[in-house]
Design a protein around this ligand. Structure first.
Ligand code: GTP
Ligand code: MG
Length: 313
């Protein structure tokens, strides 16, 4: 029987012998892979910062000050505090600029084998913006906040001091929620005192005159390198801080003392004053003032900041 039945019938090849029930399910052809762009960890430019602001409620902080006043050290100091856990009632959820923080922070760490914490000078062509980013979550609420802080070179502020029009190079000024001007307390007890106070005041005046900042934006005067100041010199430093704030009559102001990277042998601990400052940054309410008109003209229509201008104001 079997031989008859098989006569003239070709033996099915192995593939054909598999019935449809037995056939392994063929996975649908994969769609073309979706590429997910991971952040490169470097500083953000305006457009990248704008993308972040689109998805996460943000606080934009302008960190201003002359050369060497401790602007970059301040930002790294805040980042470093989160490496050992919660800080200022907040938890660290991530950063799009980790490489940028790490590169800057190295010289402040013991592993750099420097006798004292150090920091490379910020070298950034005038007009180029660099923002550092931290995504934080308050312990008492599920909401996340993106902290976006400028890390500009002192040179940028020297140019602004000489000409308020320099502010036009930084459309981000119209989005700033809090200005923090650093006044180097170490210089206040040296013969550079008067020059440093005068030029810091002129820089602040120039930024306000430019009308690029929102009206009523809070201005914090941070006396940096506070470890260098003795108790006896404190009243004079406060007087100097008030003198720098003189042009900011229409803005809420505050004076704080900080030591982001004090000398190792001193009594002041690294990160002194940063907790209060960070709380102030995160609590800064958007100023009631409109985004300055000047920015509407100066911004490229395609600039990501354009999308958010006016929101929350
Ligand atoms: N004693 C002391 N020195 C500090 C402190 N914070 C920063 N410094 C030092 O001050 C110097 C300048 O710090 P930076 O953070 O580079 O200052 P900057 O304002 O970013 O400088 P530019 O980028 O050149 O404008 C570095 O040698 C720091 O180590 C501090 O709290 N105490
Ligand atoms: Mg710097």
């Amino acid at each position: 029987m079997s031989s008859e039945a098989g006569e003239g019938v070709e033996e099915p090849n192995e593939a054909e012998a598999v019935t449809s029930e037995e056939a392994p399910e063929v996975a649908p052809a994969p769609e073309s892979p979706e590429w997910i762009e991971l952040p490169d960890g470097e500083e953000l430019n305006e457009e990248q910062a704008g993308e972040t602001m689109k998805v996460t409620p943000s606080k934009v902080i302008l960190v201003a000050g002359e050369d060497d006043t401790g602007k970059t050290s301040l930002l790294c100091g805040v980042y470093e505090r989160f490496l050992s856990g919660e800080f200022a009632g907040h938890l660290f959820c991530g950063s799009r600029t980790l490489r940028a923080f790490e590169r800057r922070s190295f010289l402040q760490r013991a592993e750099s084998e420097r006798p004292e914490p150090d920091m490379q000078r910020t070298r950034l062509p005038a007009g180029q913006l660099a923002l550092l980013h931290l995504e934080l979550k308050s312990k008492s609420s599920p909401e996340r906040t993106a902290l976006l802080a400028t890390d500009l070179a002192g040179e940028a502020f020297r140019l602004i001091r000489n000409d308020p029009k320099e502010c036009e190079r930084y459309p981000v000024l119209g989005r700033v929620d809090c200005v923090t001007v650093l006044l180097d307390a170490e210089r206040l007890i040296s013969d550079e005192r008067h020059g440093h106070v005068n030029s810091s005041r002129t820089t602040l005046r120039s930024m306000l005159q430019s009308e690029k900042l929102r009206a009523g934006v809070p201005i914090i005067l941070a006396l940096s390198k506070w470890d260098a100041v003795t108790a006896a010199a404190e009243p004079q430093a406060r007087e100097d801080a008030l003198a720098v704030l003189a042009p900011a009559r229409g803005n809420p102001t505050e004076i704080v003392k900080i030591a982001a990277a004090p000398i190792a042998s001193g009594a002041v601990k690294a990160g002194y004053g940063l907790q209060g400052l960070l709380r102030t940054w995160l609590g800064a309410e958007p100023p009631a003032g409109e985004v300055p008109q000047g920015n509407a003209v100066d911004l490229e229509p395609s600039s990501a900041f354009d999308l958010y201008r006016g929101e929350g104001t």
